[in-house]
Design a protein around this ligand. Structure first.
Ligand code: ATP
Ligand code: MG
Length: 558
């Protein structure tokens, strides 16, 4: 994995860790972060920011980063998600070594911590219903009301909690709550629920438990169990930090206990990012699955042809701030384009073919011309050339405007890696559509040949007819439309872009790509970057458009 670009300013979490090392609170090997996804969906580009930050901090300081599945919500979680999350983190280039954990690994310990809180008089079993708890909670301007069950004795609480665990009570009849302060200005601190009853099957613990810890209880304690030092999360958890601290302090963890730090979550223009919304797109059939190439999921971006290096580069460039903002999706595309410009081989493909016959070229002849694979990295291949070819329909105009340097009646262009041709005749069908161009070629104008010096203004890509491969190409636009600021409105399903997918079935490609497999990326000359899709078989090639050649972001930024 690439070294961190030292020219980049350190982010604020790095500064905090630097401070903790300077003060002697920690030595580098003790620095310990975690990435804690809930396995209730596939990871998205926002998670990539958190992954790069957490694993990146550990790499930078010589510490460790754990992968921890925060699986405290049995009804929503699934091993399919666990598997996809691991695949995505690995693909992004990070490793948790042997430190893959699950909050569910700690269910026994967490239960014991809850018992300890009860013993310390800091938690109680409450019989209020969910609605009553909400009504008692108060508002931002009014304090809450104490639960009538708040002053149960330790013995009674221990007994009730044990019976909750033993399955004596139905869902929703009792909860365990922290005993903090119903008048706290921070609503999170108004006797928050720590445990709930849920007679549900957990994807790992099965039927063993019918009580499950709440996120706010499980999270700080899982951090503490794993000796996490810097628990980095997104800003919406800022109000939960006092509870995080209260729990750890109430249970007697010392100054080296984990501390929580919040950063701004990634928001992207044209993109919905919450798993809940992404699930709606999948379950509603609006996309082909979590890995639909239009999805902002890591698996979708990977299938589309985005590289892990480009995503890491993007996460580095956006930085880590303490206030929320909206990042232009064009910046992500810019990072992908930069990577592929450097690393993708060039080939020729004609998306919308128009036949060209070279009248003065021998009927049965086939020539193999040498073509460069990449302008700086080099490498070569052969492309066949013969009397019948295809060019892009839009590269010919019968009545062109003034500055049209492509093919026109009587005009000349160079065919890339090949010869200069001249358009002598336009053949039309009965309806008046152009169906073929009759051209002649200049045998002395071969690229790299003795008389190659003759210059014409336009150079076109093309493919030879007999050897061309027919492929399917999927062109993409944004899945969702936005307001003028690039935000997707809340009722995002009403803002689906009907043109987000366009399928071309008869694209013609030079034969050098015949047996390329899933995941290979190319630049189709003059057309953009394309990646071989997983639907490809040895006799049916399918490409996804990764990103176009035009850089809107780079241009704006100069
Ligand atoms: P979502 O709201 O998309 O469902 P989440 O926060 O519920 O996301 P988790 O699985 O709980 O998803 O997230 C795992 C980690 O990824 C958390 O630490 C969370 O803060 C972080 N994360 C989630 N979304 C983003 C984002 N858009 N930008 C940065 N970090 C994120
Ligand atoms: Mg969550």
């Amino acid at each position: 994995m690439a070294e961190k670009n030292t020219a980049m300013a350190a982010n604020f979490v790095e500064n905090i860790i630097d401070g903790d090392l300077k003060s002697g609170k920690y030595v580098p090997e003790e620095i310990h972060t975690r990435f804690p996804p809930e396995p209730n969906g596939y990871l998205h580009i926002g998670h990539a920011k958190s992954i790069c930050l957490n694993f990146g901090l550990a790499q930078r300081f010589g510490g460790k980063c754990n992968l921890r599945f925060d699986d405290t919500n049995p009804t929503k979680e699934d091993t399919e998600y666990v598997d996809s999350i691991q695949e995505d983190v690995k693909w992004l280039g990070f490793t948790w070594d042997d430190r893959r954990f699950y909050a569910s690994d700690y269910f026994v310990k967490l239960y014991e911590y809850a018992v300890e809180l009860i013993k310390r008089g800091k938690a109680f079993v409450c019989d209020l219903s969910a609605e009553e708890i909400r009504a008692y909670r108060g508002t931002l301007t009014e304090p809450g009301k104490e639960s009538p069950y708040r002053n149960r004795s330790v013995e009674e609480n221990l007994d009730l909690f044990a019976r909750m665990k033993a399955g004596e009570f139905p869902d929703g009849s009792h909860v365990l709550r922290a005993k903090i302060d119903m008048a706290s200005p921070n609503i999170t601190m108004r006797d928050p629920v720590l445990y709930r009853i849920a007679h549900a099957t957990h994807h790992r613990t099965g039927e063993t438990w019918c009580i499950y810890p709440m996120y706010d209880f499980a999270h700080p304690l899982s951090d503490a169990i794993e000796d996490i030092t810097h628990s980095v999360c997104t800003l919406e958890f800022e109000d939960h930090r006092p509870l995080y601290d209260w729990l750890l302090e109430s249970l007697g963890f010392d100054a080296k206990r984990p501390h929580q730090y919040e950063f701004a979550r990634l928001n992207l223009t044209n993109t919905v990012m919450s798993k809940r919304k992404l699930r709606q797109l999948v379950e509603g059939g609006y996309v082909s699955g979590w890995d639909d190439p239009r999805m902002p999921t890591i698996s979708g971006l990977r299938r589309r042809g985005y590289t892990a290096a480009a995503i890491r580069d993007f996460c580095e460039r956006i930085g880590v701030a303490k206030s929320n903002s909206l990042v232009d999706v064009a910046m992500l595309e810019h990072c992908v384009r930069e990577d592929l410009n450097e690393n993708a081989d060039r080939v020729m493909a004609v998306l919308d073919p128009l036949k060209v016959v070279i009248a003065n070229y021998p009927e049965d002849k086939i020539e193999y011309l040498v073509a460069e694979n990449h302008p700086t990295r080099g490498g070569h291949r052969y492309v066949p050339f013969s009397r019948e070819l295809f060019i892009e329909r839009e590269d010919f105009m019968e009545e062109p405007p003034k500055k049209f340097f492509r093919l026109k009646p009587g005009g000349e262009v160079r065919l890339k890696h090949a010869y200069i041709i001249k358009c002598e005749e336009v053949v039309k069908d009965d309806a008046g559509n152009v169906v073929e161009l009759r051209c002649t070629y200049d045998p002395d104008s071969k690229s790299g040949g003795a008389a190659a010096g003759r210059k014409v203004k336009g150079t076109l890509h093309w493919v030879e007819a007999k050897n061309a491969i027919t492929a399917e190409v999927r062109l993409y636009d944004y899945l969702l439309t936005t307001d003028e600021n690039g935000n997707v409105p809340d009722d995002f399903l009403a803002h689906l872009n009907p043109n987000s997918l366009r399928v071309l079935k008869d694209v013609l490609i030079e034969p050098s790509v015949r047996y390329t497999a899933e995941g290979t990326r190319y630049q189709f000359l003059r057309k953009g970057y394309f990646c071989v899709d997983k639907d490809t078989t040895p006799d049916h090639l399918v490409f996804n458009e990764v990103v176009g050649l035009k850089d809107t972001w780079g241009k704006v930024k100069g």
